[in-house]
Design a protein around this ligand. Structure first.
Ligand code: SAH
Length: 258
């Protein structure tokens, strides 16, 4: 029997109905899938039945004997041992489906965003992170992550998954979310760099007004900043948390520091 390793974020799934639901919500029939952390193959066993190919990255080599059985039975499955975050992803078009290790949730999500080969992600993550990704303006959870993710992807919550569905039981509840990358985006590369920088500065200190955060980031005269915000119909007292994704996009088209 495999002993779950905490340092690798191992919380295994068993329930076949849940696993099948994850696979069907991923819409991967005939497509190429990447899985992070196959573990003992709970999700993998259903992915291989649906996808054209499954490439699974697993850091824990002690799982080799268990996973080798799946690999032998399914020619469309390839397991690569190592840290997913260090892996070069081949050319092609891939869909990420995974019950991911929670200690690297954001790194996995950012790798997904950065790789143009990755088209969608159907992933089990902590509810707390899912709430942030899905958050709307003027809510406590709305932050830089919400805006950046919603800019790149159509975000959809698939389902809640209570902690008792995992072995061992984690300290948090989970959510399956689906991120579908938009084929085209409204900003060019240079504008996107500024967009991300602007958002990070804007949320640096959530309680401060946007003007104060921008003043600290760019050292631009507050009167100039007030005029800048007015171009977008924003009040000088506004905080970043009240500004929607579309308005940040408009701001990225007219950088303040240029
Ligand atoms: N998919 C399985 C296991 C989920 S637990 C299931 O649903 O039951 C998370 C898995 O990710 C574990 O197998 C763990 O060993 C693996 N893992 C942790 N860190 C990893 C990393 N950096 N790269 C690849 N796999 C990793």
């Amino acid at each position: 029997m495999h002993q779950a390793k905490k340092k690798f974020g191992q919380n295994f799934l068993k329930d076949h109905n849940l696993l099948k639901k994850i696979v069907s919500s991923a819409k991967i029939e005939g497509l190429d899938v990447i899985e992070v952390g196959p573990g003992m193959g709970a999700l993998t066993q259903f992915l291989v039945l649906n996808a054209r190919t499954v490439t699974a990255y697993e850091i824990d080599t002690s799982l080799k004997p268990i996973l080798a059985k799946f690999e032998n039975n399914h020619p469309n499955l390839k397991i690569i041992y190592g840290d997913f975050l260090d892996m070069e992803i081949p050319n092609g078009t891939f869909h990420l489906v995974a019950n991911i290790p929670y200690y690297i949730t954001s790194s996995i999500i950012f790798k997904f965003i950065e790789l143009p080969q990755m088209k969608s992600a159907t992933i089990m993550i902590q509810k707390e992170v899912a709430d942030r990704i899905n958050a709307k303006p003027n809510s406590k959870q709305y932050n830089a992550l919400s805006i950046i993710l919603q800019y790149y992807c159509h975000v959809k919550k698939v389902m809640d998954v209570p902690r008792h569905m995992f072995t061992p039981k984690p300290n948090v509840d989970s959510v399956v979310i689906r991120l579908e990358k938009y084929d085209t985006r409204p900003l060019n590369n240079e504008q996107e760099l500024y967009f991300i920088e602007l958002i990070k500065h804007a949320f640096k200190q959530k309680r401060k007004t946007l003007i104060n955060n921008l003043y600290e980031a760019y050292g631009i005269d507050k009167e100039v900043l007030i005029t800048y915000l007015k171009t977008f119909g924003l009040d000088e007292k506004i905080r970043a948390e009240a500004i929607d994704v579309q308005t940040f996009i408009e701001m990225a088209k007219k950088p303040i520091n240029k």
